[in-house]
Design a protein around this ligand. Structure first.
Ligand code: NDP
Ligand code: HSE
Length: 429
């Protein structure tokens, strides 16, 4: 006898519409896999009159999404509204308290309240699932929590924001400017409602913090992260990166260092020979370095309607099959705060681009500032005088500490010949 699982979908934008399309078009194969009929019982969004890409006429429309949490006819709430607080939080919180499973793609919510919601799920014997929250369609959470559960991780890193990767890739391929490509990413449904979350690195930080919690058994701690976005990356840097054999990508990196767990999000210069440098467009990739499995990379579309909906529906299928795990691998109260390392303790190589007035003594000032901090230069490029009399100087360094580098750059920026603050990009190894 087939079971029935009743589902309410709150939020009918890019992802919500995609979920309805998959549930409708793959109803039979899902039934075969689960012996369960997944029935969409109710839907909700802000504006009932908005034209949508799916036909909603056979579903009950609810004006106030939050009331879905109390509807006894619903087994699972799929939260696709977005936002760390507000309606999304209240809906998930009350749904779990009322014994409903919750599936969400909302990384902002999980990064801020995931541990609390996970506790509620445990107390009420229901599931909180959020596969779509990290790396879109690429099932990295399942892989980390289940397939790689025998491992300790030295490092996990990746491209985790489709919008930023799309922007950087398109800027490199076409020379188009940042704003223009961001507009396009928004039209394609990749960007967050507030795209500053994408380009300022916050979305990647949400995802990285969730992965760090899963991998290192610590509560999600956004305060522990160093975050820098891509807004200062220009086509000039992308061009010089290519000349030096690098591609620029926004990476999220968490690693266990001698000083503790270091979690950082920032643009990186990646050697073109590194596999992750070849992950382009809206694609995301996460590399996991486990002590037993070794190095493993998962690549897939990181944003957009159908890939994200694929992950949401996979969570629904797990619920239909009674496949339950602790949302953060271990019971919420077993998560142990990590000792966190600061970005100052980072050691690595750097790319520096300076715009300077073309006059004698500049190079000697620069080398003096670097040598005072014991920073050794790996390569040096000077691009001829422009009509405005300024030149670009591009330096790459050997490994040094973040602290030394930031002291040297502060010194360099203070010289009267510095036309604008130096652009500093960490080189990834
Ligand atoms: P959209 O902006 O496309 O859709 C949001 C939906 O939520 C809209 O249908 C909107 O209604 C509805 N909504 C907004 N406020 C309320 C409210 N108070 N009550 C009920 N409904 C509300 O967002 P996305 O589909 O892109 O994203 C949804 C979630 O999925 C977010 O958490 C996002 O971070 C996450 N996500 C998105 C991905 C993507 O590629 N887009 C990928 C991975 C995760 P209306 O349509 O009437 O305005
Ligand atoms: N805005 C996000 C991105 C959506 O571009 O990656 C997927 O999480």
């Amino acid at each position: 006898v087939k079971k029935t699982l009743t589902v309410a979908i709150a939020g009918l934008g890019t992802v919500g519409s995609g979920v309805i399309k998959i549930l409708e078009s793959k109803m039979e194969s899902i039934e075969r896999k689960t012996n369960t009929r997944l029935v969409i019982t109710a839907v909700s969004a802000r504006d009932k009159t908005r034209k949508r890409s799916v036909d909603l006429s056979s579903f009950k429309w609810v004006d106030d999404a939050e009331t879905l949490a109390a509807d006894p006819a619903i087994n699972v709430i799929v939260e696709l509204i977005g936002g760390a607080d507000g309606a999304a939080l209240r809906l998930c919180e009350n749904a779990l308290k009322n014994g409903k499973h919750v599936v969400t793609a909302n990384k902002a919510l999980i990064a801020k309240h995931g541990v609390y919601l996970s506790q509620l799920a445990e107390e009420n014997n229901v599931t909180l699932a959020f596969e779509a929250a990290v790396a879109g369609g690429a099932p990295v959470i399942k892989m980390l929590r289940e397939g790689l559960s025998a491992n300790n991780f030295a490092r996990i890193y990746g491209i985790m924001n489709g919008t930023c990767n799309y922007i950087l890739t398109t800027m490199q391929a076409t020379g188009r400017d940042f704003k223009d490509v961001l507009d396009e990413a928004q039209k394609l449904g990749y960007a967050e409602a507030d795209p500053s979350f994408d380009i300022d690195g916050i979305d990647t930080a949400h995802k990285l913090a969730i992965l760090a919690s899963l991998a290192y058994g610590c509560p999600v701690n956004m305060d522990a992260l160093f975050i820098e976005g891509i807004t200062r990356i220009t086509t000039t840097d992308i061009h010089y990166a290519a000349e030096l054999g690098f591609k620029i990508k926004l990476l999220g990196i968490c690693e266990m260092t001698a000083n503790g767990l270091l979690q950082r999000v920032h643009p990186c210069m990646i050697p073109v020979t590194n596999a992750i440098a070849c992950v382009d467009g809206v694609y995301n990739a996460v590399v996991l370095e486990g002590d037993s499995v070794g190095r493993l990379m998962l690549e897939g579309r990181g944003a957009g309607e159908s890939p994200t909906a694929s992950a949401v529906v996979a969570d629904l299928i797990d619920i239909a099959c009674n496949r339950f795990t602790y949302p953060f691998s271990v019971p919420a109260n077993a998560l142990q705060p990590a000792k966190n390392a600061s970005i100052d303790s980072h050691n690595g190589a750097y790319y520096i681009r300076l715009t300077v007035i073309d006059r004698p003594g500049v190079l000697s000032d620069i080398t003096q500032a670097l040598s005072t901090e014991h920073i050794s230069v790996e390569s040096f490029l000077q691009k001829g005088a422009k009509s405005d009399g300024n030149v670009q100087i591009i330096i790459t360094t050997h490994d040094t500490s973040e602290k030394s580098m930031s002291t040297a750059v502060k010194q360099i920026n203070s010289f009267p010949w510095a036309v604008e603050p130096a652009t500093l990009i960490r080189i990834f190894k």
